[in-house]
Write a protein that binds this ligand. Structure first.
Ligand code: ARG
Length: 263
């Protein structure tokens, strides 16, 4: 008898504390929470094919990074909204809280990692050089001493080019502008990410330009988030792991690079 009474009062207390508070507060809070988390604001410099660029017809942002970030967002149950901005404005925009994350073929460097969180690496890259198709004197990076080099502002390519002795560095807002400068004869070479150089040569630039020499660096791209937003960084890492496991990552890689990702 006293056992049953005990059980009953425990039940009553349980219902009063958890049951009612559950009805009262949890229900209305949910929709508000969901609508807040629904959109992930992504910043990107969308002139870096095949990672991010604007489709001429649909005007949509497309590319490897765009597909990958959409797959990650889908895994997280949120939507993606891409904001196009200058590459050198991405980290400041994260710090100011104007965007939630960046995906922009951004190399993970220790200098940047002091300001932002990087996800696990999602792509292996490196720098290479592009010269005019009829140039037979510039064959490797050491031939660039004293030469004129075009780079994109704020990139690892710009950093490396600045180390070359007596070289004149011309910095452009976007990588395509650097390629145009080479075509126009304003510079002797472009120093930029190898997969982007390859895409340029394969798509449009092949009649004007070529890649020479071995890659100068080995770099890895990461998705950046604001330093204090470690919760989002964790979610992105988990979702990235998941899309790698479920085959989505490989599908996207093959779509843009025509081969399977290196192991
Ligand atoms: N990987 C290089 C860097 O991090 C260049 C990236 C440029 N990206 C872009 N979307 N323009 O500096």
């Amino acid at each position: 008898m006293s056992k049953r009474l005990m059980a009953l009062s425990v039940l009553v207390i349980f219902v009063l504390t958890f049951g009612l508070s559950g009805c009262g507060s949890q229900q209305p809070a949910k929709p508000a929470e969901q609508s807040k988390a629904k959109v992930l604001k992504i910043g990107s410099d969308t002139a870096f094919a095949p990672f991010e660029f604007q489709d001429e017809n649909s005007k949509e942002y497309v590319g490897f990074d765009m597909d990958l970030v959409k797959a990650i967002a889908k895994q997280m149950g949120v939507e993606v909204q891409v904001q196009s901005m200058g590459f050198d404005g991405l980290i400041p925009a994260l710090e100011a809280g104007n965007i939630d994350a960046t995906i922009s073929a951004m190399t993970i460097t220790s200098e940047r990692a002091q300001k932002v969180n990087f996800s696990k690496p999602y792509y292996k890259s490196g720098l290479s050089m592009v010269v005019k198709v009829d140039n037979n004197t510039l064959k490797s990076f050491k031939d660039l001493e004293g030469k004129r080099i075009a780079v994109q502002i704020g990139t690892t390519g710009a950093d490396e080019a600045k180390k070359i002795k007596n070289a004149t560095i011309r910095e452009f807002n976007t990588a395509p502008e650097a390629f145009i400068e080479l075509k126009n004869g304003g510079v002797d070479a472009v120093v930029n990410d190898l997969p982007v150089n390859e895409y340029y040569i394969a798509q449009a630039g092949g009649k004007d330009a070529k890649i020479v020499g071995e890659p100068l660096t080995s770099e890895e791209y990461g998705i950046a988030t604001a330093k204090k937003n470690t919760e989002l960084a964790d979610k992105i890492n988990k979702a990235l792991d998941e899309v790698k496991k479920n085959g989505e990552y490989e599908k996207i890689y093959v779509k843009w690079f025509g081969k399977k990702p290196p192991q």
